[in-house]
Design a protein around this ligand. Structure first.
Ligand code: PLP
Length: 367
């Protein structure tokens, strides 16, 4: 049996009619940049997240850069983030001119460890960027408390956590700003690049909207220099269609994760993800841990199962950050995870038969 890592085609077929109709509508209205489809998606997404404002932007990386810049963060400042994210998170910090400060993660949740944040704070620290990695919200109560005590901004990287909830509240609505990516493979994915920023702060929303659109308030009236980073009409229209299905898709991901956990229970040397009781983890990625990761991955691949590693080199260990002169031992949890984690196929349309097959191959490997 061949099982892909993600299957965007099957999902497209399930909504094809709606998508083609709305794309035609965008074309007929020539609503390519700005316009009614972008407005509608911003309003739909605001409602979905239970936030006050939403600004569509070009992609998730820009969402973080624009957010930090709009908070006035730049050269001389420091921003703390998790040591085990995708590089976009830390790259965005550097792009503002601020210094990246990595913080190790918690062994169980694999999210930033609040107990380790405080020792990273200096008088230059301006913000914390928790990443809700793999679709699971970070420990927001502790993070918000630390931020409050130290007057720091909180910008949430929600690129993997559309719709995820912590104590009933949606990811992106805890901090000052929530940043989303609509890269095609994300839980809510466009058919191209896209991103969004949510906030409850009106003043920030205005700054963000201007910054992402050449610093302008009217067509050729520019208050300051910004950048060009916009969600286009076509992607916005597609996202509005897909957003209606997101809750159902997210629930299927969660069900699939539970099925995996059940089928993989008791296999020695294999650590399956914890399904937390106080937050809704919508499994953008289903990540297991094994001391024999590389051999297991090879065996799965030979049996037609596509896997991934997120991420094979923890951020502080990347060549891109060699200038920070960290050693793997400075981030023991993230550095340990990088050699043992394995992402199994995960998408809403993955069915029980496929999961059973994957589990049987893993059992065979360990037998
Ligand atoms: C995908 C991703 C991003 C970046 O999003 P793009 O839209 O690809 O720029 C940022 N952070 C995390 C954690 C991501 O997974």
């Amino acid at each position: 049996m061949e099982i892909p890592f993600v299957d965007l085609k099957t999902q497209y077929h399930s909504i094809k009619k709606e998508i083609l109709e709305i794309v035609d509508n965008v074309m007929e209205n020539s609503a390519f940049i700005g316009g009614s489809f972008v407005k509608k998606f911003e309003s739909d997404f605001t409602e979905f997240c239970n936030a006050k404002y939403c600004v569509g932007v070009g992609n998730g990386t820009d969402a973080i850069i624009i957010s930090l810049r709009s908070l006035g963060i730049g050269p001389g400042d420091e921003v703390i983030t998790a040591a085990n994210s995708f590089i976009a998170t830390s790259e965005a910090i550097s792009q503002t001119g601020a210094k990246v400060v990595f913080c190790d993660v918690d062994e169980a949740t694999r999210n930033i460890n609040p107990d380790l944040i405080v020792e990273k704070i200096t008088d230059r620290t301006k913000a914390i960027i928790p990443v809700h990695l793999y679709g699971q919200p970070a420990d927001m109560d502790s993070i918000l408390e630390i931020a409050k005590q130290n007057s720091l901004y909180v910008v949430e990287d929600c690129a993997q956590a559309h719709g995820a909830r912590y104590k009933g509240k949606k990811a992106g609505t805890f901090g000052d700003i929530g940043c989303f990516s609509f890269y095609p493979g994300k839980n809510l994915g466009a058919y191209g690049d896209g991103g969004a920023i949510i906030t409850d702060n009106k003043e920030l929303e205005e700054k963000i909207r201007k910054f992402a659109n050449h610093g302008r308030s009217e067509k050729y009236n520019h208050e300051f220099e910004g950048i060009n980073s916009r969600l286009d009409g076509m992607q916005a229209a597609i996202l509005s269609v897909k957003l209606k299905h997101l809750e159902e898709w997210n629930n299927k991901r969660n069900t699939n994760a539970r099925t995996y956990n059940e089928k993989l229970k008791g296999i020695k040397d294999l650590i399956t993800p914890v399904i937390p009781y106080d937050r809704d983890h919508f499994f953008h990625l289903y990540v297991i841990r094994s001391k024999e990761r590389d051999r297991l991955k090879k065996f799965l691949t030979e049996n037609g199962i596509s896997c991934g590693i997120h991420y094979p080199i923890a951020l502080p260990n990347l060549k891109a950050y060699s200038y920070l002169k960290h050693r793997p031992g400075d981030f023991p949890v993230s550095s340990g995870l990088q050699d043992e984690i394995l992402s199994l196929p995960m998408f809403p349309e993955l069915n029980t038969k496929q999961i059973e097959y994957i589990a049987s191959i893993i059992e065979e490997f360990y037998a």
